[in-house]
Design a protein around this ligand. Structure first.
Ligand code: FES
Ligand code: FES
Length: 203
């Protein structure tokens, strides 16, 4: 191979190969140091299953799940708590709405691992001793559902609203439920149902 200066910048092919060889060695030496720096950063979990402890409807649930698993999937697929539904799976419909420390969350967009140590409630835990929760009863009394797919999410959003505002104004009801969609169009009946509920205690 000719060692002729054949590059516009005057670097010969041989010298260029020599210099990249040195750079390669340097990279090899530097790599472990970079690896050490990465290890001293935040602790990473997964990608395999890790232990996750959840407090759901007053019960402790110990699960082995991947860190990427959502609260909705953890409860539906691993704990047989299938009351709340998966509609859009992207935080747009509200069918998966649950309460975490009294606040409504989209369970499809919440990682189970992130709500450890918090109080989680889904629709499966609302009825007590065979008695429907007052909000569930109101939905039945006011005929506030058709196919019922959105209902668990609406019920949980309504419970969250009524625990915060026991006598909500129409504006508060509309705002409290504006993250939920009913494709069957039962909004008027849902509004009547929520307006009719009195005396919801904080759960
Ligand atoms: S399924 Fe969670 S918002 Fe639609
Ligand atoms: S009752 Fe069918 S989507 Fe609401």
């Amino acid at each position: 191979m000719s060692d002729k200066d054949d590059r516009p910048g005057g670097v010969s092919r041989r010298n260029f190969l020599k210099s990249t060889g040195v750079a390669g060695v340097a990279a090899t030496i530097i790599a472990p140091a970079a690896g050490l720096a990465a290890q001293s950063g935040p602790k990473t979990l997964g990608p395999g299953e890790v232990p996750v402890r959840l407090n759901v409807n007053g019960r402790q649930l110990d699960l082995m799940i991947e860190p990427r698993v959502t609260l909705l999937d953890a409860l539906r697929m691993r704990a047989d708590l299938t009351g709340n539904k998966r509609g859009c799976d992207r935080g747009a419909c509200g069918a998966c709405t649950m309460l975490v420390d009294g606040r409504t969350v989209y369970a499809c967009s919440t990682l189970a691992i992130d709500v450890q140590g918090k109080t989680i409630r889904n629709v499966d835990g609302l009825a007590r001793d065979g008695q429907l929760h007052p909000v569930q009863q109101a939905f039945c009394d006011k005929d506030a559902l058709m196919c019922g797919f959105c209902t668990p999410g609406f019920v949980m959003a309504s419970v969250g609203l009524l625990e915060k505002h026991p006598n909500p104004t129409p504006e508060q009801i509309k705002k409290g439920l504006d993250g939920n969609i009913c494709r069957c169009g039962t909004f008027t009946r849902i509004f009547e149902a929520v307006s009719s509920v009195k005396g919801v205690q904080r759960g």
